[in-house]
Design a protein around this ligand. Structure first.
Ligand SMILES: Nc1nc2c(c(=O)[nH]1)N[C@H]1C(S)=C(S)[C@@H](COP(=O)(O)OP(=O)(O)OC[C@H]3O[C@@H](n4cnc5c(N)ncnc54)[C@H](O)[C@@H]3O)O[C@H]1N2
Ligand code: MOO
Length: 412
């Protein structure tokens, strides 16, 4: 290793290398296509008030509240029925004082009417799906105040108000609001395209059959999932053997296709450290942390490259500590903030290395809650990591932490 740095130094250097990701371009996507999970780049402003026009909240009779004010048990008010308004195109005639019109939910409320009496509160009880133009009168059994069951224009959102904020991760209910406003296209961030290159002659795809000495590639799928969860896009995924020329070719292809290149493996002190060989211009260093000690950063064919260690826990922890928030920020997603927690049992830690132990919430998750260590510190313990909710951050100079000690944890 050419140099030894602390975690904050490496984080700062990675942030500087990836500063070019800060200003992501935007694109327009149709709400009829895949918008779920995309991040809105601009506020969406209501081009019209919602509801667009005064309409009825109930099936019933549109009236003037003053005309039915005296209606009550034993004192019904009888009104002639002047017509029928459905939720259909068109504008109804104005209501004459002293009359009612049958009205359906969502239908425009005639001018002159200021309340809707639900059909249940009349002698009709229900319209029962019957379209009956011959209704000529109604007995109103209960008075209504002006405004009751009338949905006013703009009562959901006024014209010009923000309906969806920039940074919203689009979900079905956001699509509903955009569609209801007549907005069919949304401006979203173009996700950062990340190439993930797993190195190692021992690797077989998870749906392949490993021979003697072979293992399934955990890092490729894990980092791809991590990239997507942080708002990025996986532009290329490669698994390359420990042959420097092939690694180099793979990295150049990755750089040509993607904004950022990530590699795993081939960066420690072994006889086949192919990433180091393939990237002579990259800075390889030892970061004083465990897992995730061996790291590299630099450029390949003009694109930023980060080289993570091959141990699967190390690769995932490296992503969380060095890349997750940068990708999230590039997608307008908020950072995942570390939170304070209380240790559930004493732990020891080697001097001089910041430890990121796998931890699990003991009771309720969140600031100040108790957290327990899951599994050991070994960087190959993928199943223990799968059982974890957080990384417990043990400072480099700390060698023991007692039961009840206050720690900082990074949510996974
Ligand atoms: N003599 C030394 N040996 C090691 C040191 C050291 O300082 N001196 N550092 C150790 C640390 S810490 C780590 S972390 C690893 C990093 O090794 P590499 O990044 O070079 O990774 P590999 O040797 O290629 O693989 C390590 C380990 O992980 C497995 N692996 C690799 N890729 C994958 C993958 N895609 N999916 C699942 N598992 C993977 C690989 O088979 C090895 O078991 O070096 C230590 N050694
Ligand atoms: O630093 Mo390594 O990443 O301990 O396994």
């Amino acid at each position: 290793m050419s140099e030894r740095v602390d975690v904050e130094q490496h984080r700062a250097d990675v942030a500087e290398l990836l500063a070019e990701l800060a200003d992501r371009p935007t694109e327009e996507v149709s709400i009829h296509r895949e918008v779920l999970g995309r991040v809105l780049a601009r506020d969406v402003v209501a081009p019209v008030p919602l509801p667009r026009f005064r309409n009825s909240q109930m099936d019933g009779f549109a009236v003037r509240a003053a005309d039915v004010a005296s209606a009550g048990p034993g004192t019904p008010v009888t009104l002639p029925v002047a017509g029928d308004v459905a939720a259909a195109p068109g504008e109804p005639a104005a209501l004459e004082p002293g009359t009612a019109v049958r009205i359906m939910t969502g239908a425009p409320v005639p001018a002159g009417a200021d309340a809707v009496v639900p059909v249940e509160d009349t002698d009709h009880v229900t319209f029962n799906g019957v379209h009956d133009d011959s209704v000529t009168k109604v007995e109103v059994l209960r008075g209504r105040d002006a405004g009751e069951f009338v949905r006013e224009p703009g009562s959901d959102v006024p014209e010009g108000a923000v309906v969806l904020r920039a940074g919203t991760v689009l979900a079905p209910h956001h699509v509903a609001a955009a569609a209801a406003c007549g907005i069919a296209r949304l401006t979203v961030r173009v996700p950062v395209s990340v190439a993930i290159v797993s190195t190692g002659s021992e690797l077989v795809a998870p749906d392949g059959e490993p021979g003697p000495g072979q293992i399934w590639d955990a890092n490729g799928p894990a980092l791809a999932a991590a990239v997507r969860a942080a708002g990025g896009r996986v532009g290329l995924r490669l698994t390359v053997p420990d042959e420097p020329e092939i690694v180099r070719m793979g990295l150049e292809r990755a750089a040509a296709l993607c904004d950022v290149v990530l590699t795993t493996g081939g960066v420690s002190q072994g006889a086949y450290e192919v990433v180091k060989e393939a990237l002579p211009d990259v800075t390889f260093r030892s970061v004083a942390m465990q897992p995730g000690g061996p790291q590299g950063l630099g450029r390949v064919a003009g694109k930023p490259v980060l080289t993570f260690p091959g141990n699967p826990v190390s690769a995932q922890v490296s992503f969380v500590v060095f890349l997750r928030d940068i990708l999230r920020q590039a997608s307008s997603l908020p950072p995942v903030e570390p939170v304070p927690a209380v240790l559930d049992a004493a732990v020891g830690s080697p001097d001089g290395k910041r430890q990121l132990l796998r931890g699990r919430w003991v009771a309720d998750a969140g600031a100040g809650a108790r957290v327990a260590v899951v599994g050991g510190p070994g960087s190959h313990l993928v199943a223990s990591m799968a059982a974890a909710d957080v990384l417990i951050d043990v400072p480099a100079a700390t060698t023991t932490l007692s039961d009840g000690a206050e720690v900082t944890v990074w949510p996974l």
